[in-house]
Design a protein around this ligand. Structure first.
Ligand code: SF4
Ligand code: SF4
Length: 97
């Protein structure tokens, strides 16, 4: 799903650079490669690619990441429909929720 993006400015993903200890776990576990760790600190490279799976928060030893799928708007139907529409050369049609 290279190039996949979610709805703009909707993902509930927060990173505390103050708490981050630069371990690199978030960079490894994120399926969309959203984090980059440079000079001992993580940063979010593209917030709108987050699908709120929660893997980064679960694997952060410093409790520096917050993502709450229960309150978020992560919608698998939207993700899959957008991906299929892209393959078919059509605009995204929404999720149907
Ligand atoms: S919630 Fe999932 S997709 Fe979003 S930044 Fe974390 S690991 Fe990546
Ligand atoms: S997993 Fe947490 S502590 Fe490790 S680099 Fe990412 S934000 Fe920083």
């Amino acid at each position: 799903m290279k190039g996949f993006r979610y709805l703009d400015n909707t993902a509930i993903l927060r990173l505390s650079e103050e708490k981050c200890i630069g371990c690199g776990s978030c960079e490894l576990v994120c399926p969309h490669r959203i984090f980059r760790v440079r000079h001992g600190k993580a940063s979010i490279t593209d917030h709108n690619r987050c699908m709120e799976c929660g893997a980064c928060a679960k694997n952060c030893p410093a409790d520096a990441i917050y993502v709450n799928p229960d309150d978020g708007c992560g919608c698998a139907a939207y993700i899959i429909n957008s991906w299929l529409a892209g393959i078919r050369g059509k605009p995204p049609s929404g999720c149907g929720c």
